[in-house]
Design a protein around this ligand. Structure first.
Ligand code: C2O
Ligand code: CU
Length: 443
């Protein structure tokens, strides 16, 4: 089913050498007047797609595909023309985790107008951040992301620091299909098999596009988590066979392992990380059946990696400090009495605001006193995680989407270095749709 149209790189000039050398991160917020090194076109369109089980998804897609991939080289100037063919309520593209100039952030009504059927909008930004990212529509995101308006954005580093023999993008989503809700990796909702040579280094780029965090597990090998939300983890230690890890809604992990002489399996699904799609890596003859072993433990990022020092981890004094308490209460939203997800007791537009000046070091404490997890997603900036539940984390890591479980608290910091008007919201997009949103504004 479906007519996957290849993603067309319409024009590249010297894409892999071009402007890459000498590009400074400072270019991030700034100048996008240089000519594009690489151009893409994405057409938002309805397209019915068949999963490997035969279940049919009446999807809303970019280019008629489930999760098209944009791949560029760090430093390139990227131009993406979005065309809306037939999505009635209009679309945009938000570059999740990518610290683009504010006007390119894809938030309708705030950074741009909605792109209605027959209209187009051209995004342009310098691909300064290497790593695994994704993009999605930010117009009625709960519905549009659910139906498939997303894809991956992969940026290859200028200098490769890790050797990889093969890699796989695992873009995980729960589809509403003709057979009910099904979890899939791309359009694969069953077990997939991949043959790999023993000794090969495999890299998985896992992207969670769902509203909730998802648990994953690797069975049959030790492995490492080498990058979180596109940001490299310094000297990651090996995690033992059967360790599970949880990726926030919107979050990405790069996971690497060396293929042993026996099968390895990536699982996801229920809270145990089983019962959904899986990938079985084998060295020639796939085993007839595989059993799910015991989960050894759930990985805790607060205990991982090597401390990363930056001027936020060492900041003696922050210029601004905020506390955001997430809770629930019954209240009215759009004229309906309902169970609300609140920040400091309020829903948007009454939620607090981060008011900052360019250059500020900002510290925020997120406390979850509600009954559900809240993946906090800050646009345009990465947050450095300093403390979890009052204790310093072993190695501060950077994230754009921090999953805060009920009862947890986190202290995070960010540098206000990307002027504009930004959203900070719960990436459970249903929670965001009922007001769990605040704004970051620069004076
Ligand atoms: Cu991935 Cu404001 O969202
Ligand atoms: Cu939430």
């Amino acid at each position: 089913g479906g007519v996957p149209t290849a993603l067309t790189a319409l024009h590249t000039h010297d894409a892999h050498h071009g402007h890459a050398n000498g590009v400074e991160v400072a270019a991030l917020t700034g100048d996008i007047s240089a000519p594009a090194d690489v151009r893409f076109e994405l057409t938002a369109q309805k397209q019915s797609v068949t999963l490997t089980s035969g279940a049919i998804v009446e999807a809303w897609t970019y280019n008629g595909e489930l999760a098209p991939q944009l791949r560029v080289k760090q430093g390139e100037m990227v131009e993406v023309r979005l065309v809306n063919k037939d999505i009635e309520k209009g679309v945009t593209i938000h570059w999740h985790g990518y610290n683009v100039p504010n006007a390119m952030d894809g938030v309708p009504g705030m950074t741009q107008n909605i792109v209605r059927p027959g209209e187009d909008f051209t995004y342009k930004f310098r691909a300064d951040q290497a790593g695994t990212y994704w993009f999605h529509s930010h117009q009625q995101a709960s519905e549009q992301v659910g139906k498939g308006l997303f894809g991956s954005l992969l940026v290859d580093p200028l200098r490769e620091t890790e050797e990889t023999d093969s890699e796989l993008v695992v873009i995980q989503h729960t589809w509403r299909t003709s057979q009910g809700q099904l979890k899939a990796f791309g359009n694969e909702d069953q077990k997939q098999f991949k043959q790999v040579e023993p000794g090969n280094k495999i890299k998985l780029r896992i992207i969670n596009t769902d509203h909730q965090s998802q648990k994953y597990r690797l069975q049959g090998t030790d492995y490492r988590i080498t990058s979180i939300d596109g940001m490299q983890i310094l000297e990651p230690e090996p995690l033992e066979n059967q360790t599970s890890f949880r990726i926030a809604s919107g979050g990405r992990y790069d996971v690497t392992f060396t293929m042993p002489d026996h099968p390895v399996q990536l699982l996801t699904g229920g809270s145990s990380g089983a019962g959904g799609p899986s990938i079985l890596f084998h060295t020639g003859i796939p085993p007839e059946h595989s059993e799910l072993g015991e989960e050894s433990r759930e990985f805790d990022l607060a205990e991982y990696g090597k401390p990363l020092a930056n001027d936020l981890t060492s900041a003696a004094a922050f210029d601004r400090e905020f506390t955001m308490i997430m809770g629930n209460r019954l209240g009215f939203y759009n004229g309906q009495l309902r169970f609300l997800w609140t920040i400091n007791g309020k829903v948007h537009p009454y939620t607090p605001m981060f008011a900052v000046k360019e250059g500020d070091k900002v510290k925020t404490t997120f406390v979850n006193r509600s009954l559900a997890e809240h993946p906090i997603h800050l646009h345009g900036h990465h947050m450095t995680v300093l403390k979890k539940n009052g204790r310093e984390v072993k190695a501060p890591w950077q994230t754009d989407t921090l999953n805060v479980l009920p009862g947890e608290s986190y202290e995070v910091a960010f540098l206000a270095d990307n002027p504009g008007m930004w959203m900070d919201h719960c990436h459970n997009l249903d929670h965001a749709a009922t007001g769990m949103i605040l704004h970051l504004m620069y004076d």
